[in-house]
Design a protein around this ligand. Structure first.
Ligand code: NAD
Length: 492
């Protein structure tokens, strides 16, 4: 299909999104709980079938998903395909291929020979009925990727996509029951009141992706029921250009690529850049050059035929415009604003470390550049902020990577590129501190929704070994019990 296909799905205005009622939320919960209790979702052929159906749903509706995100975010088809639809099809098929090995019990070999006959084993069991709450910025991948793990683990799941992408929300709500077993998977359409109602129910796991303010609300609700929780939050992910980096054209291209995906509204977008003072001017020139390549003559980022994504909502747009008005930094490129809609890629220099742009995650196509004296100053800036989701380090020195591993903290450390860590299904992904907790991706998402249930079988024939543990306690029994604790501890 051509990438310039006209949009076919009709946009759904936010006001006409029909929200799920509290009664319907309760009915969904009761139905899914009954299904879980029936044991049906434990069967591997059942899980495999649902995963294949999910892959079919994505393939059959590839263009419809692109259309929905064109309608809600004005996002180019290319970006939706790369980061959502095609990515997810690979992710489902990866789960299908590995389902049996992921779900197989893990034997736990024991050190002591006499315990080896007990057959210590971890059995993989579905946790139960789970709730997946996702945000608007990558609504498909952030709803369906956790769902893949839930299905693979054998968990019924309720999906709560963001109300800020109404066309997508209607689409996924109509497709899930068509492709998947409606007794096991359901979608709640709604905003704060509906999510609040859902959060009061007792789930067996909650998977939340979004901002940290709401993350705290979700964690409080989960805590009331001791519900295990995964929090995938955001933060200010720095891009650091080291002194040794000479190919600034490639560095700038890679940073600008990561910054402009979805109009900068990506949790792992490089939020700001830390650049050696002597390299700032050359780096800005390289960014301008990269911009010229990305948007050649006639392909303007705001008014051209393939503009960058819109800012999701007028309030988010107003917030970004306000930051641009209040910053002490100097706009050296871009800065054009399309009223209530989008913002051109904007680069600023002379940005002080306490600037308004250095407060919260920017989440827009604005790149502040902070000039630093050396790499230690860059590390100090990063460490003065809450722990980010990612640090991007551009260097040719392996030693610098180790310095960053030792002296900074982040969900991930990526050297010499941006956002490509998301392509590695085998690499668990997650934040730390303010950027969240819990990991996912590939098998790790299966693990999120799986309880690893330990099991041993103690033979009756071992009874002679146990005489020392029973009452009456005696000096001999006590000395025998002390013996393992007398092991020699090495000096170093
Ligand atoms: P959002 O406003 O769509 O909210 C996320 C979800 O929370 C939605 O489903 C929404 O309905 C629900 N919600 C909102 N307010 C609520 C409340 N008071 N009580 C209960 N539920 C509520 O999305 P957002 O938070 O603006 O998403 C953007 C944020 O998500 C950014 O900070 C970004 O970095 C982060 N993010 C993180 C990841 C990751 O993988 N770590 C991925 C994408 C986005």
């Amino acid at each position: 299909m051509p990438f310039d296909l006209p949009q076919k799905v009709m946009p759904v205005p936010a006001a006409s999104l029909k929200f799920t009622t509290n009664e319907e939320i309760d009915e969904n919960y009761a139905r899914l709980t009954a299904t879980f209790k029936s044991g049906e979702t434990r069967s591997l052929p059942y899980r495999r079938k649902q995963l294949l159906q999910l892959a079919r749903m994505l393939q059959d509706n590839h263009t419809a998903f692109e259309d929905a995100l064109l309608a809600d975010l004005n996002r180019p088809r290319m970006e939706t395909t790369v980061s959502e639809v095609a990515h997810l099809i690979t992710s489902v098929m990866y789960a299908v291929e590995n389902l049996e090995s992921w779900a197989a019990p893990d034997p736990c070999p024991t050190k002591e020979a006499w315990r080896s006959s007990w057959g210590a084993t971890l059995y993989k069991e579905p946790k139960g009925v789970v709730l997946i709450i996702s945000p608007w910025n990558y609504p498909l991948v952030l709803t369906v990727n956790p769902l893949i793990g839930a299905i693979a683990a054998g968990c019924p799941a309720v999906l709560k996509p963001s109300e800020l992408v109404p066309t997508f929300c209607e689409l996924i709500a109509s497709l899930i029951p068509k492709y998947l077993d409606p007794n096991t998977y359901a979608v709640i359409k709604g905003g704060v009141p509906e999510t609040t109602h859902a959060l009061a129910l007792r789930w067996d796991h909650i998977f939340y992706t979004g901002n940290s303010r709401v993350g705290r609300i979700v964690a409080t609700a989960a805590g009331k029921n001791l519900t295990p929780l995964t929090l995938e939050l955001g933060g200010k992910s720095a891009a650091v250009v080291a002194d040794d980096c000479d190919d600034l054209d490639v560095v700038a291209k890679r940073i600008l690529y990561g910054k402009l995906q979805n109009g900068g509204q990506l949790c792992v977008a490089p939020d700001y850049a830390l650049v050696p003072k002597a390299k700032v001017d050359a780096f800005v020139e390289s960014l301008k050059k990269a911009h010229e390549e990305f948007f050649p003559e006639g392909d303007h980022p705001l008014t051209g035929p393939r503009p960058i994504s819109d800012i999701v909502h007028p309030t988010h747009h107003a917030h970004l415009v306000d930051l641009l008005h209040r910053t002490k930094g100097k706009v050296v490129f871009g800065g054009q604003i399309h009223k209530d809609k989008s913002i051109a890629p904007t680069i600023l220099t002379d940005v002080p470390v306490d600037d308004v742009l250095m407060g919260e995650e920017i989440f827009g196509p604005i790149l502040p550049i902070l000039a630093v004296d050396d790499i230690d100053e860059a590390i100090r800036v990063i460490n003065s902020k809450p722990i980010p989701l990612v640090i991007y380090l551009f260097t040719t020195q392996d030693e610098l990577k180790h310095k960053f591993l030792r002296e900074t903290r982040s969900g991930q450390l990526v050297v010499n590129d941006t956002i490509m860590q998301l392509c590695v299904h085998e690499l668990p992904f997650g934040g730390q501190g303010e950027s969240g907790y819990g990991m996912w991706f590939g098998k790790t998402t299966f693990d999120v929704f799986t309880h690893r249930r330990g099991c041993i079988t103690v033979p009756f024939s071992d009874e002679p070994f146990f005489q020392g543990r029973y009452r009456p306690y005696t000096e001999d029994k006590y000395q025998a019990a002390c013996a393992p604790g007398k092991v020699k501890i090495p000096d170093e």
